[in-house]
Write a new protein. Structure first.
Length: 327
């Protein structure tokens, strides 16, 4: 399997390399065919299925035809491939810490069958939607998010939560009530179902961040509730939490304490946020944390923090973040 970003223009995964991965997992082409035969109630012989798989393996066209659909339906994508695609689609992964031009180079080779014919394509559209948002291209982002939503209940739980959070952000720009309903959907999905501890912590922190933002900056004309926002951020768990979640927690607490008039506490939270961003290796989070530090500090220290934050955003080619930091 070619690594993404290398030999650009070549497929990151084609039908031949997909079958090679299945064979390496099952031990032989005959074992793959035998499993397919069993799943289909032995309505076809193993030999007939093997011949079909050999034809699929040699296909150079994008369409995998009947056998491509059957294999994907039974086996899905190999876990190594699915994990790579998920990494490119999750906002809280370090994929979003790469320059947007590099993100596009990495993700585009994967946007073809067999991946685009599987339910894992939801991660591709989520990743492309996130890149479009960083480029301040909301129309393109909306198109990709709509295609991600079309996958529906077949998508993994983590992807459905990711989708609800991103859709809430987009929809809230024109319909605040609809955006709130999507946040409630994300919260309900988080309450049940299997998730890794790291994903649960990061998704919870992101949910709370979007909920608290509404309290700090309500769009419906109601007065802000900084105390409730502070309480929400305080509820983000800290025990065994990944640095992403801890950074979000400290950043949110810092802004809330600042708005409540406690600048000294805001400085403590801002410095903690910068430290957690460094621990996570996330330059994007570091820029956000430095932005808070620039607000709570004074004089040359504030100017220096601002310059560093804006410099990071420029190197990441993140137009949305640049606008946010220079607003």
């Amino acid at each position: 399997m070619n690594q993404p970003g290398q030999n650009l223009g070549q497929p990151a995964l084609d039908w031949g390399s997909y079958l090679d991965l299945l064979i390496s997992e099952r031990g032989s082409l005959a074992a793959v065919a035998a499993h397919l035969a069993a799943q289909r109630g032995f309505t076809e012989s193993t030999e007939s299925i093997e011949r079909g798989l050999r034809r699929l393996r040699a296909r150079t066209s994008h369409d995998g035809g009947v056998w491509g659909r059957r294999v994907l339906r039974v086996f899905g994508l190999p876990s190594s491939v699915h994990d790579r695609i998920r990494w490119m689609g999750q906002y809280h992964s370090r994929f979003s810490d790469l320059p947007t031009s590099l993100c596009l180079e990495l993700i585009r080779p994967w946007c073809r069958p067999p991946i685009s014919a599987s339910t894992s394509r939801i991660w591709l559209h989520l990743g492309l939607g996130s890149i479009a948002l960083r480029q301040r291209d909301r129309d393109t982002a909306a198109e990709h998010i709509a295609q991600a939503a079309a996958v529906g209940l077949q998508a993994p739980l983590a992807a459905r939560i990711e989708l609800a959070l991103v859709r809430s952000f987009l929809v809230s720009l024109r319909d605040d009530a609809a955006g709130l309903r999507l946040l409630e959907e994300a919260e309900a999905l988080l309450e049940g179902g299997p998730l890794s501890a790291a994903d649960r912590a990061c998704l919870t922190a992101r949910l709370i961040d979007q909920q608290a933002y509404r309290l700090n900056k309500p769009r419906d004309g109601s007065p802000p509730d900084h105390r409730m926002a502070h309480a929400l951020y305080s509820a983000i768990p800290t025990q065994n939490a990944p640095p992403f979640a801890l950074c979000r927690r400290e950043n949110g607490l810092g802004w809330s304490r600042l708005r409540l008039g406690d600048q000294a506490a805001a400085v403590v939270h801002a410095r903690a946020s910068v430290a957690h961003a460094g621990d996570s290796g996330s330059m994007r989070l570091r820029a956000m944390a430095l932005n808070l530090l620039a607000v709570v500090l004074e004089g040359e220290a504030a100017s220096d923090a601002r310059r560093r934050a804006v410099g990071i955003a420029r190197r990441l080619e993140d137009e949305a973040l640049q606008v946010r930091l220079t607003r």
